[in-house]
Design a binder for this molecule. Sequence first.
Ligand SMILES: Cc1cc2nc3c(=O)[nH]c(=O)nc-3n(C[C@H](O)[C@H](O)[C@H](O)COP(=O)(O)OP(=O)(O)OC[C@H]3O[C@@H](n4cnc5c(N)ncnc54)[C@H](O)[C@@H]3O)c2cc1C
Length: 353
Amino acid sequence: MGQRIVIIGAGIIGAAVALRLTQAGHDVTVIEAGAPGGGATGRSFGWINASFHQDAAHFALRAEGMAAWRRLDLPGVSWPGCLWFEEQGDAFASVHKHLTSLGYPVEVLESDAIARAEPALAAPPARALRFPGEGVAEAALVAQDLLARATALGARLWSGIAVRGIADRAGRVGGVLTDAGAIAADTVLVCAGTGTPGLVGPLGVKLPMLDRPGLLLTTQALPPLLGHIVVAPGQEVRQLPDGRLLAPTSPNHQGDAAETLADTAETLAEAARARVAALIGRDIRLTGITLAHRPVPGDGLPVVGPSGPDGLYLAVMHSGVTLAAIMAELIAAELTNGGPQALLAPYRPARFA
Ligand SMILES: Cc1cc2nc3c(=O)[nH]c(=O)nc-3n(C[C@H](O)[C@H](O)[C@H](O)COP(=O)(O)OP(=O)(O)OC[C@H]3O[C@@H](n4cnc5c(N)ncnc54)[C@H](O)[C@@H]3O)c2cc1C
């Protein structure tokens, strides 16, 4: 007999975990204050990779994250690979050496091969690295798809309903209090992104978070131009399935450490638009700007596991698009008598206690 599990938050993390927990036989209710996929998930670049990582354990987790998405095999996830030429010279050689030493699939392309791989580039660089295993998720759609699969198997989704508090009865969670009444639960899984500290703070759980605003721009729909996720000096860009280009306004956006935007959204987006236009040698129009605060725990790494009263479990992280599928597998295993999962050991909430 499964547990009664309430998941707070229907972003990509809550959605992926909801499916795995429902498949494992639990009685799952997902409660979302806004719309599913409407948080950071819906304003994400959506790049699934392990080329960006903080240390060896983080690399291993992200590599497993890529493998877990392949196991899930969802229509909103695709594997175009990444073409990286952010640096040349020594920095290029050092990235190549480092990723090769980790066993990461990497190919070196010279300018002729780059021009064949991405004919739209106005000036192919001398060399680029290709990471053929990297992918993208259209993250809001994937979150909605995961929830549709979970609800088809018996999960319930409440949206437009905010959780106001988590009930703590003598050191054990009893459920949640929402705008629309209380729900009893054996386990409360908090996947509320930047909303997590406000929910768990009253239970004595310390969760420092960094403020990391992230701005993306979209352009008008264009004919097929870019096959890969392209990482050029100072600018990342990819093409969405509907033809629009999607680009962060800051370079190396996954490692962006700025606490505030450096300028107005319009100025930053216009500058990024001009960089993308120069990259592909054609005029493009800015059609949209999105701003979201990335859910980044204090040391930049995921926070996953039990904390505070018995039955409380946290899952909050940046690079949640890369990590959602593997997190879902590991969390479902931990909540279904699988015991502590080794891949999660570096990421326990207790490190902030
Ligand atoms: C600009 C930008 C670019 C990014 N690019 C990448 C990338 O390329 N690759 C990558 O892997 N990651 C990327 N990320 C990070 C990634 O998008 C996030 O890590 C991921 O979306 C987090 O998912 P989540 O489900 O934890 O949070 P969210 O998607 O924020 O979902 C949390 C949900 O909880 C709900 N909620 C909060 N409080 C409550 C409450 N009290 N009651 C009910 N519901 C509540 C919110 O409404 C929200 O829908 C990027 C993020 C940004 C902003």
